[in-house]
Write a protein that binds this ligand. Structure first.
Ligand code: MN
Length: 715
C-alpha cells in the first residue's frame, strides 16, 4: 500500500501530521493534480517536493530546493509517499518524532503530467511535468540517476525559466514566516492581540463585520487627496474573509459563500498568524492563458481590517488598520498586505490604463469616509455578466442595485480549466465569457427547446463527440428530454437508453454545458412540450462550392417571395461560410407541413435561378452553384442556434442580422471576440422571432400557385 511506510515512520499521537487511512485503491491514471513544496528544518534544512499521483503525494527531498534557473540541476531523493492531505500541512513536528522540526508550505499549486500519466512516467524513469504554483512555474523534469532513489531536478527552458535566477523567497506562502520563525506563531498572535487592544478609537466587536459600501466613481466634493488606493487586478472581486479558530469563511461582496472554490486560500488563512479576525480581501486568479490547463492559483490582497479578536476596527485610523494587516500577513503569501498608494488619482489611473489585461481599476478608502470608492479608466471593460463558480460575480463592476437583486435559488456551476486553449488565441474561459455575455439574447431562442450537445473537451482541434445523456455528476436541475425515435418500425435494443437532448432555460444550464466543452449548440425544431410540432423551417444556403456573392441575390429573392405570401423570414449567418433563412411557424404546425413548405421554396429557387442555385445532392454535379439545402427541417434535424459558436479556428458565431445587411455582410466579422459588443450596441436582430404565428396553410396555397407552374416548366 502506498502509505504503509508513511504510517510506519510516525506515531499518530506524537505528531500533528495528517494520519488518514489508505486512499481507496484506484487503478486510475493521474494526468493532473496538486503539488506542494515544503520547507522543512529537520536535522538539516531541506525542501520536500510532493506531486499528486494516484491519490497520494509522490515525495522527493531536495537539499537545495528548486529554482527557475534552467542551468542549475539539484539533487532530489525519492522518499515515502505522503497522504494527499499533506498539501495543507504546515506546523512544527515535535521533538522525538520522525522529521521533528518546523515545516512550512513554501509553494503550492497544480501539477500537470506531460505526455503520459504519472504512473507510466514512474515506470519509464524520467518524470516530466508542469508546475503552476506561486513560485514554481512552467516545465520541470526529474531525471533518475544510476543510484535508484536519486534524481536530478531541473527547470526546462520555457517562458518561465529565469537564467541566473536569484533564490526564490524562502518564506511560507501560508503564514508568511521563515521556517525558523514558525515555532513563534502562537506568541506572535498574543503580541498582535495586545498591540491591537492598544489602538486608539477601537470599539468592542458587537455588530457583525461587513464590507464598506462601495461608491462607483468619486462622489462630488470628496477629498481625493485623503484617499489611499489599492490597485484592483482584472477579475478581482471584494470578499469578506473571517477566521475564528480553525474556521475560515470567505464571502463575495455579492453575498455568495465562495470558501470552497479557494481551498488553498482557506488553508493558508487557517494557518496564518492571526486566529480571530474579519478582513476585506481583493481576490482573483491571475490570467496566464498560455500556461496550463489548470485554473490559475488564486491570489489575495488584504486591503482592510474590520475586526480583530473581540475588537471592532471600523472607527480606527486607516494607517493603523493597514499596519496591523502587515503583521497579520507578513510575507509574500497567498494573502499579502501591501501599502496603499497615495498619489494623484489621475496618475494612478494612467498606470492602470497602461496595463489593461492585468489591471482593472482602483479602490480607494479614507479614515474619514465609511465608503470604498471604485474608479476605473475611461473605456474600461464593460459590465460582465455574473459567472458562478470559479469566478464569482465580478461585482466591482456591477452597480449596487444589480448586485442586491433578490437571489434566485442557489445553483452553482464550477467553471474549470478556464485557461485551457480552445481556439487559436482564445481560451476556454473566453468561450465561457462569451456565452455568459450573450445569454440575455441567446436564452429566449433556447428556452423550452431541446439542444443537442457536441463536446470539444480539448478545444476546437481536439476530439469531439455528441453527448446523448447527462454526464455522471450532472446537477439535478440540468433538464433533458428524450429525443423521439422517428425511424420506421424502430425497436430499441433491450437495455439501451434512449438518446436525450438538453433544455437550456437559464444561464446556469448554459454555462454548465459550455463548461463541458460544448462549442456549438444544435437546436432542434420543436418545443420539449410538443415534439410533433415544428416551430420553424430552415432554408440553408451552402456556398462551399460557390461564394457568398452568388448566394446574396437568391436570399434576397427568397425573402421577397416570402413577403409576397405573408411569411416572416429571418436571416443569420450559418457561422461557417453560408447563410440561413429561418421561417418561424408558431405552434401547432406538424413537421410534414413545414417540410412541404421547404420543398416548395427549394423548387422555386432552383427553377427560377438555374445558373445560381442547385438542389443537386452530389457535390461534383453542383458546379459553382449555391446548394439550396431544404432538408434541415425535420423532427430530428438540428441547426446551429442563433449566437451559437461554431467549432472553427476563428471562433465564428452564427449571427442573426437585420435584412439590410444582406448585401454587405461578411460571416468572418462575427466571432466570439466581436459579437458581445455588437449585441450590446444593436440588440438582438431576431427579437421578434419568437412572437410570430403566420397563417401557413394560406401561404402554402399562394406558393403553390406561383411555384408549381414554374417548376413544372423547369423540369
Ligand atoms: Mn522532509
Amino acid at each position: 500500500m502506498p502509505l504503509d511506510e508513511y504510517h510506519r515512520k510516525r506515531i499518530a499521537a506524537g505528531t500533528p501530521e495528517p494520519m488518514p487511512k489508505e486512499p481507496a485503491a484506484r487503478d486510475g491514471l493521474t494526468h493532473e493534480g496538486q503539488f506542494v513544496v515544503h520547507g522543512h528544518d529537520a536535522r538539516r534544512m531541506h525542501f520536500d517536493l510532493r506531486l499528486e499521483m494516484n491519490g497520494a503525494l509522490l515525495s522527493f527531498a531536495c537539499p537545495k530546493g528548486a529554482t527557475l534557473d534552467p542551468e542549475v540541476k539539484h539533487l532530489a531523493v525519492r522518499t515515502e509517499e505522503h497522504p494527499l492531505e499533506y498539501v495543507d500541512f504546515e506546523d512544527t513536528i515535535p521533538a522525538g518524532n520522525y522529521g521533528a522540526g518546523p515545516m512550512i508550505v513554501w509553494d503550492r499549486g497544480a501539477v500537470r503530467w506531460l505526455e503520459m500519466p504519472a504512473e507510466q512516467q514512474i515506470e519509464r524513469g524520467k518524470l516530466d511535468f508542469v508546475l503552476y504554483g506561486r513560485k514554481l512555474r512552467g516545465r520541470f523534469s526529474l531525471i533518475p540517476l544510476k543510484d535508484p532513489p536519486h534524481y536530478l531536478l531541473l527547470k526546462k527552458k520555457d517562458a518561465f525559466a529565469v537564467p541566473s535566477a536569484p533564490p526564490l523567497d524562502p518564506r511560507s506562502i501560508f503564514c508568511g514566516l521563515h521556517v525558523a520563525e514558525l515555532p513563534e506563531l502562537r506568541e506572535r498572535w498574543q503580541t498582535l492581540r495586545a498591540r491591537a487592544a492598544g489602538s486608539a478609537a477601537v470599539a468592542p466587536r458587537e455588530r457583525k463585520a461587513a464590507l464598506l459600501p462601495r461608491a462607483l466613481g468619486l462622489p462630488k466634493g470628496s477629498d481625493e487627496a485623503a484617499l489611499a488606493w489599492d490597485i484592483v487586478p482584472q477579475g478581482a472581486f471584494r470578499a469578506l474573509c473571517t477566521r475564528r479558530g480553525n474556521t475560515v469563511q470567505i464571502e463575495s461582496d455579492a453575498g455568495e459563500l465562495v470558501t470552497d472554490y479557494y481551498p488553498d486560500l482557506a488553508a493558508a488563512i487557517a494557518h496564518g498568524v492571526a486566529q480571530d479576525f474579519a478582513v476585506e480581501l481583493l481576490l482573483w486568479r491571475p490570467r496566464e492563458p498560455e500556461l496550463l490547463e489548470q485554473p490559475a492559483p488564486c491570489q489575495a490582497l488584504a486591503v482592510d481590517l474590520l475586526a480583530l479578536a473581540d475588537l471592532d476596527f471600523r472607527g480606527v485610523a486607516l494607517e493603523a488598520r493597514r499596519a496591523l494587516l502587515d503583521e497579520m500577513f507578513p510575507g509574500p503569501g497567498i494573502v499579502r498586505s501591501m501599502p496603499p498608494f497615495r498619489a494623484p488619482l489621475e496618475r494612478l489611473l494612467e498606470g492602470v490604463a497602461a496595463d489593461p489585461t492585468l489591471l482593472h481599476g482602483l479602490l480607494g478608502r479614507s479614515t474619514a469616509s465609511p465608503t470604498a470608492v471604485f474608479v476605473a479608466p475611461p473605456g474600461a471593460a464593460p459590465l460582465l455578466a455574473p459567472v458562478h463558480g470559479e469566478a464569482p460575480p465580478a461585482s466591482l463592476r456591477a452597480p449596487a442595485s444589480v448586485r442586491r437583486a433578490p437571489a434566485p435559488p442557489k445553483r452553482t456551476v464550477s467553471l474549470t480549466n478556464r485557461t485551457k486553449p480552445f481556439f487559436p488565441g482564445l481560451s476556454k474561459g473566453d468561450l465561457l465569457d462569451y456565452y455568459a455575455n450573450v445569454a440575455e439574447h441567446l436564452l429566449p431562442h433556447l428556452r423550452g427547446r431541446p439542444v443537442i450537445l457536441e463536446r470539444f473537451p480539448d478545444g476546437v482541434d481536439g476530439k469531439h463527440f455528441y453527448q446523448w445523456r447527462p454526464p455522471p455528476g450532472s446537477p439535478s436541475w440540468l433538464h433533458s428530454v428524450e429525443i423521439p425515435e422517428h425511424r420506421k418500425n424502430h425497436v430499441r435494443e433491450p437495455g439501451k437508453q434512449p438518446k436525450r437532448a438538453f433544455v437550456l432555460d437559464d444561464l446556469e444550464s448554459l454555462l454548465y454545458v459550455a463548461n463541458l466543452g460544448c462549442i456549438p449548440l444544435h437546436l432542434l425544431g420543436f418545443r420539449a412540450a410538443a415534439p410533433a410540432s415544428c416551430t420553424f423551417a430552415t432554408v440553408d444556403f451552402d456556398v462551399k462550392q460557390a461564394n457568398l456573392d452568388m448566394a446574396r441575390p437568391l436570399v434576397r429573392a427568397l425573402r421577397t417571395l416570402l413577403e409576397r405570401v405573408s411569411l416572416p423570414a429571418y436571416l443569420k449567418t450559418s457561422g461557417r461560410t453560408g447563410l440561413h433563412v429561418l421561417i418561424p411557424l408558431g405552434d401547432g404546425i406538424p413537421f410534414p407541413a413545414a417540410q412541404a413548405l421547404c420543398e416548395l421554396l427549394g423548387r422555386w429557387l432552383a427553377a427560377s435561378y438555374p445558373k445560381r442555385a442547385t438542389r443537386e445532392e452530389r457535390i461534383d454535379k453542383r458546379g459553382e452553384r449555391v446548394y439550396v439545402d431544404t432538408g434541415q427541417t425535420g423532427p430530428i434535424r438540428a441547426i446551429a442556434a442563433p449566437y451559437s459558436v461554431r467549432p472553427v479556428h476563428d471562433a465564428r458565431v452564427s449571427m442573426p442580422l437585420p435584412w439590410d445587411q444582406l448585401e454587405t455582410l461578411d460571416p468572418a466579422d462575427f466571432t466570439v471576440r466581436t459579437v458581445p459588443r455588437l449585441l450590446a450596441v444593436h440588440g438582438d436582430a431576431w427579437a421578434s422571432f419568437q412572437g410570430q404565428s403566420p397563417d401557413l396553410a394560406r401561404a402554402i396555397e399562394h406558393l403553390q400557385q406561383e411555384v408549381v407552374p414554374l417548376s413544372a416548366r423547369g423540369s
